[in-house]
Design a protein around this ligand. Structure first.
Ligand code: OFO
Length: 166
């Protein structure tokens, strides 16, 4: 693996760990707002992002690379509104999509087909995650000014969360 490919994948692994931490921070804030359904949705996303980081971690090890685990920056701890928080999720997903596309381009220009195949999975995953985040932003825009609407959405999202850890 070339150094630029190696460094790109390691940076992305660390970015996925940050995504996990950011979503946990957003979930933490939702719980503080008594929006436990939103909170459990974000906690499930945080667990998924951790898995995304680990997928890169294992790929690097399988290719003979021991990745450096960088410090994870402290995420924000509060948002001005529920809409601002869900928009932050969508904005972050778009940012990650841009990074994944750049990495996929790098894999192509480096003729690193193993990494290219791995990154295809992330390209598809980003399509799905952006669609989910956009859908939730749209629903919050429609419903957030009625507390009943927000309550219904909170209940809907509770169904998407991961079961609580024992
Ligand atoms: Fe890692 O899946 Fe979105 O960000």
């Amino acid at each position: 693996m070339t150094d630029e490919m190696k460094n790109g994948l390691i940076d992305q692994m660390n970015a996925e760990f940050y995504s996990s931490y950011l979503y946990l921070a957003i979930g933490n804030w939702f719980r503080d707002q008594d929006l436990d359904g939103f909170g459990s949705w974000m906690e499930a996303q945080a667990a998924e992002e951790y898995e995304h980081a680990m997928k890169l971690y294992h790929h690097l090890h399988e290719r003979g690379v021991t990745p450096r685990l960088a410090a994870i920056p402290e995420p924000p701890s509060s948002w001005d509104s529920v809409l601002a928080a869900v928009e932050a999720v969508l904005e972050h997903e778009r940012y990650i999509t841009g990074r994944i596309h750049e990495l996929a381009d790098l894999a192509l220009s480096n003729h690193d087909h193993a990494s290219r195949l791995l990154l295809d999975w992330y390209v598809n995953e980003q399509v799905e995650e952006e669609a989910t985040a956009s859908d939730i932003v749209r629903k919050v825009r429609m419903l957030a000014d009625t507390s009943h609407g927000l309550f219904m959405l909170d209940r809907e999202l509770a169904g998407r969360g991961a079961p609580a850890a024992e």
